[in-house]
Design a protein around this ligand. Structure first.
Ligand code: NAP
Length: 236
């Protein structure tokens, strides 16, 4: 049985991915930022772990736990992500750094850790969840767009480094998906956003989960270093 680690599995896209992979027969480890949310994952058949990517100690603790349980991870989904929107002129150092820590540095930390396991297993899949804003930018999201674009460049470089080892690295770049994150968009008129989307609606977390599980599969073994967009035609 393959083991998958999904960050930010307590809600939204990450939860849909975790459930999808569990239903496909994976052993699934999912992270949340609090013990209460991690425990709730157990009710869904997902092994809950606590992880705050904004804290180096938390990352180290998570990894100690994985190693102490002798878990061999062959699928990593770097999904956890946050926004701290502001225009550049008003953006604080903290708003910039928090985004880099969670959205970019967290991906580097966990990818490096799991790669050692994947090299031994001679098989691996890393899927990084980025965003359309990495390609087109977004007013008020210079920090978020820069971090996601960084993850996409990391994806391509790492894919070149480990391709010969039967390990594939890809990014999925969603447009607007119906989760807590999109509900938080203060002052944004949802009807105006939807007019920009050729398919005329937001995406569902499940739709991103289907694509993720395909990229994890054997059938996707010749796909690496790609940024796969799922956005209802918002960006093409
Ligand atoms: P969400 O509903 O807000 O869920 C965020 C998840 O990340 C939660 O599980 C949360 O855990 C976890 N998380 C928050 N802060 C964290 C931290 N400091 N360390 C570790 N985990 C943390 O978000 P979502 O919409 O599902 O987004 C998932 C991914 O898709 C993100 O990378 C996001 O940037 C990307 N994305 C989303 C959209 C969209 O329209 N929704 C579009 C493009 C890209 P808790 O429950 O414990 O807070």
């Amino acid at each position: 049985m393959k083991t998958a680690l999904i960050t930010g599995a307590s809600r939204g896209i990450g939860n849909a991915i975790a459930l999808h992979l569990k239903n496909e027969g994976y052993r699934v480890l999912g992270t949340a930022t609090t013990q209460a949310s991690a425990s709730k994952l157990e009710d869904q058949g997902i092994e809950g772990l606590v992880l705050d990517l904004n804290s180096f100690n938390s990352k180290e603790q998570l990894w100690e736990e994985v190693e102490s349980k002798k878990i061999q991870i062959s699928v990593l989904v770097n999904n956890a992500g946050i926004t701290r929107d502001n225009i550049v002129l008003r953006m604080s150092e903290k708003e910039w750094q928090d985004i880099m820590n969670v959205n970019l540095n967290g991906t580097f930390y966990l990818s490096k850790k799991v790669l050692k396991m994947m090299l031994k297993l001679k098989w691996g899949r890393i899927i990084n969840i980025t965003s359309t804003s990495a390609s087109i930018g977004n007013k008020g999201q210079s920090n978020y767009s820069a971090a996601k674009a960084g993850v996409e460049a990391f994806t391509k470089s790492l894919a070149r480094e480990v391709g010969s080892r039967n390990i594939t690295i890809n990014s999925i770049a969603p447009g607007f998906i119906d989760t807590d994150m999109t509900q938080q968009s203060d002052g944004v008129n949802m009807d105006d956003l939807i007019k920009e989307i050729p398919l005329g609606r937001f995406g569902k977390p499940d739709e991103v989960a289907h694509l993720t599980s395909f990229l994890c599969s054997e059938e996707a073994s010749y796909i690496t270093g790609q940024i796969i967009h799922i956005n209802g035609g918002l960006y093409m």
